[in-house]
Design a binder for this molecule. Sequence first.
Ligand code: TTP
Ligand code: MG
Length: 346
Amino acid sequence: MRKIIHLDMDCFYAAIELRENPALRGRPVAVGGANRRGVVTTCNYEARRFGVRSAMPGFEASKRCPGLIFLPVRFGLYREESAKIRSILLGYTSLVEPVSLDEAYLDVTGLGRFAWDIAKELRARIRAATSLTSSAGIAPNKMLAKIASEWRKPDGQFAILPDQIEEFMKALPINKISGVGPKNAEKLINMGFRTCGDLQRHRLGEMIQRFGRWGKELYYLCRGQDDRPVQPNRTRKSMSTERTYSENLTSPEACRIAIDALIAELESDLKHKASQRQIRKAFVKLRFSDFRRTTRECVTPHPSKELFHELLGEAYARRTGHVRLLGVGVRFNEQIEPSPQNLMLL
Ligand code: TTP
Ligand code: MG
């Protein structure tokens, strides 16, 4: 049985900005979203009380919360704080997997201490070093640890013990499962699945029949089973861009037009973030409105736009239907030495 901690900083960007501008404490504050087209990256609890949320356009946020104070985003500063936090975590174990600037998984199985105490201690250290509060979830796997870290937010921690999992999962709403976003959640609910307990009533074969390959993942996740390892210092194995469309793409032509924007984005990312890496394969990924997914890939050191179009054509021919997600990407050759930058995602 593993012991996993999921650590998540509270209102991360906003908390840093408030530390830097203490005069704003107690007032509703959003980071980002000040200009016409921008969105709020995050906000403090005072603003959340008015219904302001991450990814909300600025105009919507100020409608909901008239006195809202918008601050500019300062990624450099957030990265510095993130690096301090990361080094505190690495003081406990090298099995640290950063997920974003403010979030990481730790596998503390082998440390011979109560995970609860480790979480308490590392949160106190983070607070001492940065004056920022964080929350932690403790559980036998990543999915449950992440769910648990939200439970006592802000500045708290919660553990899900092995013998509580069965009971806990039965009542858990399906949108808490890893990989079930708002749209999939809505569809599942329309199909009569509201809780993980509802999903558990179906056998593995039925799940696969209904949801394709994803059905297999769901089968285990809805039972609270998740054996994904904590992956430290991960060097990128691949790079991709993908988009979920609010209106399904209903023809090969619509897919071709949409994929060009993704290819351009991928090219720019490759140039800026992976210019030294050798490409081994290119792939195209499709997800259909009925949950089916398909991927086509081929070996190539230099993927061209024409090649992606070809892969798209093949993928589309395999299963025709309404496409709700398109992705393009590349897989890299193994890298021998992980560079220091790889320690820090972003
Ligand atoms: P979260 O952990 O999702 O949010 P949070 O830390 O601000 O708040 P909470 O207390 O609920 O954990 O995301 C971490 C940071 O990532 C957040 O401070 C800003 C950034 N972010 C975005 O830029 N866009 C987004 O849509 C989200 C969700 C987060
Ligand atoms: Mg957070």
